[in-house]
Design a protein around this ligand. Structure first.
Ligand code: PAF
Length: 257
């Protein structure tokens, strides 16, 4: 696996060594889990080359404490990616990505103002801006995003269409632990007691109850509920266990009768 900390070096390598086939791209913020590795596997299967980026993007964290406590495991991540068969790993720093110091931003005005917006204003501006930069840097045929972050996936897909980006945005199914909890880097920050409670979140989302009753049930369980909302054909939820924020969503057809 080739490692690039310098974008110019990656661009030169891309134009000489990666231009004879399709590139699949998996952008990440590191602390890789089974969900990321499944995106990597989709990319390996569907493309000639697979490129992964690890960049802990500060502009998408509206809470400095959240950024401070976000897990970082770069050496372990590199070993996992090497073993998986990834061709190139991009490890840019802030100055490489934000050569404009975030003067230029991508702002979406409708769907980004729903769901996660109320408690994370500015979050999707940071996500869309960094993803646009990364897509331009990598110039992949396909880029892979998990459906756990469905609002993010939808916004990125719509951005690619709005700006005529050549990369196809591919959604990949949420990977769950055996107890149903969606794989997430943030799960590492749960205490043992919180980790045991966490799978009740998706079980409540899947229950046949109306949204108000799902919220009441989660609160009784000990979650602090940010939102539970049905939009289109999905039920979206975000909850806190202590300081850890968990998000998830299910298709309404998954609701158990
Ligand atoms: O989903 C993530 O890990 C991040 O939001 C992403 C897409 C890598 C952008 O920083």
């Amino acid at each position: 696996m080739e490692i690039f900390t310098d974008i110019i070096n990656w661009q030169a390598a891309r134009d000489s060594g990666y231009n004879d086939g399709s590139i699949g791209f998996v952008p990440t913020m590191g602390s890789l889990h089974r969900g990321h590795l499944s995106l990597v596997r989709y990319s390996l299967k569907e493309n000639d080359y697979t490129v992964v980026s690890i960049f802990l993007n500060p502009t998408q964290f509206n809470n400095p404490d959240d950024l401070k406590h976000y897990p970082r495991e770069i050496e372990r991540d590199q070993i996992l990616l090497e073993k998986a068969g990834v061709d190139a790993l991009l490890l840019p720093d802030y100055g490489q990505i934000y050569n404009d110091d975030y003067r230029y931003q991508v702002i979406e005005t409708e769907f980004s103002k729903k769901l996660c917006y109320a408690s994370r204003p500015g979050h999707f501006d940071g996500v869309l801006t960094v993803v646009l930069k990364l897509l331009n840097i990598v110039q992949a045929s396909r880029a892979y995003f998990g459906e756990k972050d469905y609002q993010q996936f939808q916004l990125i897909k719509d951005m690619a269409r709005a700006f005529f980006l050549p990369t196809v945005i591919v959604p990949c199914p949420t990977i769950r632990e055996s107890d149903g909890l969606a794989a997430s880097s943030r799960n590492l920050n749960l205490t043992a007691v919180e980790r045991k409670l966490a799978p009740k979140f998706v079980r409540r989302l899947r229950s046949e109850q109306a949204v108000q009753n799902v919220i009441a049930g989660l609160e009784t369980d000990g979650f602090r509920v940010d939102y539970v909302e049905d939009i289109g054909d999905r039920r979206f939820g975000a909850v806190y266990l202590g300081p850890v924020r968990l998000i998830d969503n299910i298709e309404l057809k998954e609701i158990t009768k």
